[in-house]
Design a protein around this ligand. Structure first.
Ligand SMILES: [Zn+2]
Length: 490
């Protein structure tokens, strides 16, 4: 049986993963080593192959034969990546194929790389399909909510193992050291991880692109500097984003702010996120519009302080974006609690760029990470009573109007429903502790049983809207303060 599965995997790889004719026995022998086998017989197998059926059979074999210690999702994922790696092209070959495809066009190249990353199951397509997605129609244009079920929550044992590991290699999850790495199940599976080299802003081959395994939106890509160096958001970043869009006009690209609290989770490694997706912010209504030579500046009707700069002219666009950034960087207004600097910088932006035909649309979201003893999470962070739904930093995906919520929420919502319908005491469930105030308010609403799930989803949407409003840097002032700020710049 296992011999047949190896044959099937090889045929699959020849069809979908660019496994060359001369690489067949080479790949088979690598698989034999992993599976502790010493013989491979070539067999004719059906052309109708299902990757998941093949890989699951091989993983079952590995567990039954004690090749993998545990049968958890994390352990299986790690070994699966190792198996798939045996039949993949080397990273440099992949970059070569990508560059050949790019000669036909940037869309051909990214479609190839995206399809490849799905075919290797690096992008967890099957799990992503289970994500719960809906829209919330509130005060602004509809916001989008995703409960992401594809990112497995880590096993506490694995987390402990990782915490014990002081001598970190790879330095961070975005480092090039991750390409093909396999250490233990405490790291995300990277054996089948591939990064394609690109040139950005005249830095030849110093950048890489990869797809996100958990695909928070369509063709969710990570664009990273190969060198492990801290994130920065300034004029140079804006130029890098423009250059990326010139090279990949089919994509949107953005950067998290470079400061703690208002930035992303990996500040130590400069990177952007991109993808092929229309975000709610693109449909936002316009509160005020200013026209300057070659450039339009719009203040958007958005829960956060959002400015859209549009132009067909790259230099005029970059000049205006930089002017806004520089003005915000030093903007201070203690009357409305905006403190730009203490012994460190507090003002920054989340920049996002997308093309609309020949026109660049640059979205600049103003951010501030000032915190006090009373508000240790920052003045412009979700208030603590909303933490039961969203506690993490509000990064560039959220500021564009898409909430990514953890998968555990699905079970928690079911449990809340069970408590409400069957008069169970939510206090008996540890995982519901953080939701108790919310559950009380749901109880008072006396919702009938067919509507509970819908009401909870709407509540979550409303909470997300409030979360974004909490991050609005002009929330202690008025819209006029924002308008006055922008009018001084344009
Ligand atoms: Zn790194």
């Amino acid at each position: 049986m296992i011999n047949q599965k190896i044959n099937e995997l090889i045929v699959y790889a020849k069809k979908n993963l660019y496994l060359g004719l001369d690489d067949e026995y080479y790949a088979a022998n690598r698989l034999l080593y992993l599976l502790k086998l010493n013989k491979f017989n070539k067999e004719v197998v059906s052309e109708e192959l299902d990757f998941f059926e093949i890989i699951n059979s091989i993983l079952d074999y590995a567990y039954e034969n004690k090749i993998i210690e545990s049968n958890t999702v994390i352990s299986r994922d790690a070994f699966e990546a190792k198996i798939v790696d045996c039949v993949l092209p080397r990273p440099s070959e992949l970059t070569r194929i990508f560059k050949t495809k790019y000669k036909t066009g940037p869309l051909t190249a990214t479609t190839f790389f995206h399809d490849f990353s799905k075919a290797t199951n690096y992008i967890k397509t099957k799990r992503n399909e289970k994500n719960i997605q809906y829209t919330y129609d509130g005060k602004y244009v509809p916001l989008e909510i995703t409960i992401n079920l594809s990112k497995p929550e880590k096993d506490p044992k694995d987390i402990k193992k990782q915490a014990l590991n002081k001598d970190k290699y790879p330095t961070c999850p975005l480092c090039m050291e991750n390409v093909g790495v396999y250490q233990s199940t405490s790291l995300a599976p990277r054996s089948n991880h591939r990064v394609v080299s690109i040139t950005l802003n005249h830095e030849k081959e110093e950048w890489g692109i990869q797809y996100s395994p958990y695909a928070y939106f369509n063709e969710h890509m990570i664009i990273l500097k190969k060198e492990h160096s801290p994130m920065y958001v300034n004029e140079r970043t804006f130029a890098e984003l423009v250059d990326f869009i010139n090279k990949f006009p089919q994509y949107l690209v953005g950067s998290n702010a470079g400061l703690p609290i208002v930035g992303g989770s990996i500040l130590g490694h400069h990177h952007f996120q991109g993808g092929r997706y229309d975000f709610p912010i693109e449909k936002a209504r316009v509160l005020r519009k200013y026209k300057r030579r070659k450039v339009e500046v719009e203040i958007l009707d958005w829960p956060m302080a959002a400015i859209k700069v549009s132009s067909n002219n790259e230099n005029a666009l970059l000049d205006m974006v930089s002017d806004i950034y520089k003005a915000w960087y030093k903007y201070e207004n203690q009357n409305i609690k905006i403190y730009s600097h203490t012994d460190e910088d507090h003002n920054t932006v989340t920049p996002i760029l997308k093309l609309d035909g020949a026109k660049y649309n640059f979205y600049i979201i103003l951010r501030n990470n000032y915190s006090t003893e009373e508000q240790p999470y920052g003045l412009y962070h979700p208030r603590e009573e909303l933490f039961h739904i969203k506690k993490e930093n509000i990064g560039l995906i959220e500021v564009m109007g898409l909430a990514i919520l953890p998968g555990r929420l699905v079970e928690e919502l079911n449990l809340i429903e069970d408590c409400l319908l069957n008069n169970k005491d939510p206090k008996e469930y540890k995982e519901l502790e953080k939701h108790l105030t919310w559950i009380e308010s749901l109880k008072e609403m006396k919702i009938n049983k067919d509507e509970i799930q819908a009401v909870m989803k709407q509540d979550i949407g409303h909470i997300f809207e409030q979360v974004l409003e909490d991050c609005n840097v002009f929330k202690y002032g008025t819209k006029e303060d924002l308008l006055r700020f922008i009018e001084k710049v344009v």
